[in-house]
Design a protein around this ligand. Structure first.
Ligand code: RP5
Length: 165
C-alpha cells in the first residue's frame, strides 16, 4: 500500500503540468509521498473549497499550488486552510509569468502565501521547501536534504571556467 500523501501539488490547469511536474519529481527524489491534482479557482471553485478545507484532516502537511495569469489559486486555497501554502507562479503566454508572480506574491496581510520564483526553479524550490518543513519531524529526510545540499556544493566546487586570453 502506498503511503498517504503529505504534500498536495495542485495547479489551475493541465497546461501547468510541465512546470509543476518538476515539483513532483523533486518530492519523488526525496521519497516524500504526494498527490497531484488539477484544481481551478475559477473553473472548479467548489472543488477548491473542498480540497483546501479537508487538506489537514486528510493528513497533508502543506500544499504547493501553481497557477498562471490571474493566479488566484494559491491565495484562495490559503483562505480555506491554515496549512502552509507554497505558491508557484507559472509562466503565462503574454506576460511570461510576471502577472502570476505579482498576483501570488501580493497577498494582503493576514492570509499568507509563500511565493517562489517563476517557473521550474520555483516549482523545485517549493518542493525543497516542503522537504525542509517535513524534515523538522523526520531525521532521515533531514539527512537526505543535507546530502542534497552537499552534492550541490561538490558540483559547484568542481566547476571550471574556460581559460582567459
Ligand atoms: C490558470 O490559467 C492556470 O493556472 C493556467 O496557468 C492558466 C491557463 O489555463 P489554460 O487556459 O491553459 O487551461 O488558471
Amino acid at each position: 500500500m502506498q503511503d498517504a500523501p503529505l504534500v498536495g501539488i495542485v495547479m489551475g490547469s493541465d497546461s501547468d503540468w510541465p512546470v509543476m511536474a518538476c515539483a513532483a519529481e523533486c518530492l519523488t527524489t526525496f521519497d516524500v509521498p504526494h498527490e497531484t491534482r488539477v484544481v481551478s479557482a475559477h473553473r472548479t471553485p467548489d472543488l477548491l473549497f473542498e480540497y483546501a478545507s479537508t487538506a489537514r484532516s486528510r493528513g497533508l502537511a502543506c500544499i504547493i499550488a501553481g497557477a498562471g495569469g490571474a493566479a488566484h489559486l494559491p491565495g484562495m486555497l490559503a483562505s480555506k486552510t491554515t496549512l502552509p501554502v507554497l505558491g508557484v507562479p507559472v509562466p503565462s503566454r503574454h506576460l511570461k509569468g510576471m502577472d502570476s508572480l505579482l498576483s501570488i506574491v501580493q497577498m494582503p496581510k493576514g492570509v499568507p502565501v509563500a511565493t517562489f520564483a517563476i517557473g521550474e526553479a520555483g516549482a523545485v524550490n517549493a518542493a525543497l521547501f516542503a522537504v525542509a518543513l517535513l524534515a523538522g519531524e523526520d531525521a532521515a529526510l533531514a539527512g537526505r536534504l543535507t546530502s542534497f545540499r552537499e552534492e550541490q556544493a561538490r558540483k559547484a566546487a568542481a566547476m571550471t571556467l574556460p581559460p582567459q586570453g
